[in-house]
Design a protein around this ligand. Sequence first.
Ligand code: SAM
Length: 200
Amino acid sequence: QLIPRGIRSPEVLAVMRKVPRHLFIEQNFHGDAYGDHPLPIGADQTISQPYMVALMTELLDVRTDQRVLEIGTGSGYQTAILAELAREVYTVERITSLANSAQSRFEQLHYTNIQVRIGDGTVGWKEYAPYHRILVTAGAPSVPEPLIEQLADGGKLVIPVGSRMSQMLHVLTKQQGQLHTTTSCPCVFVRLIGQDGWEH
Ligand code: SAM
């Protein structure tokens, strides 16, 4: 389903084949784990459809020597995909139960390059900045300023931006302090809630 929809990167296709998506989903949805749609993960949140995970990963263009910040850990599936491609991944989730379940999955699957933080990711994670790549997996009203500040020069930020109901996938690159923005496609994400996001 990924190749006919235009995913081309051999690295992305390889990790999408490798990471066991069903292990990030509750048992009663296992039969549906690889379907072309999002699924509930509890706490009114969703795991994105495989195509959206692959597309955002391809747009992010992660290299093996890079440090990545992800906002919106959710089930941890996208985090694991990033951890297969990057040197280290820092991921922030505002809902404690989701962050804890994701952390247990990372331990079970022996990921040693993922750090999880519980909190508001719209303010980023200053301690480990700057990041070569930043991925936001929830829909924002605008690009949070702290994330722009914490993006390394030459870095890339992928984020859905728009209204509460629908967004456009934005790709920002920072070069010599200047930001360049392109858009990829329309999308629908749960809301990014926080200081530089939507109000709760
Ligand atoms: N990428 C995830 C996966 O693979 O399962 C799915 C992410 S889900 C679409 C969006 C997540 O963003 C939710 O778990 C939600 O709680 C989280 N979120 C929303 N606002 C946030 C914020 N300000 N900081 C951190 N996480 C946030």
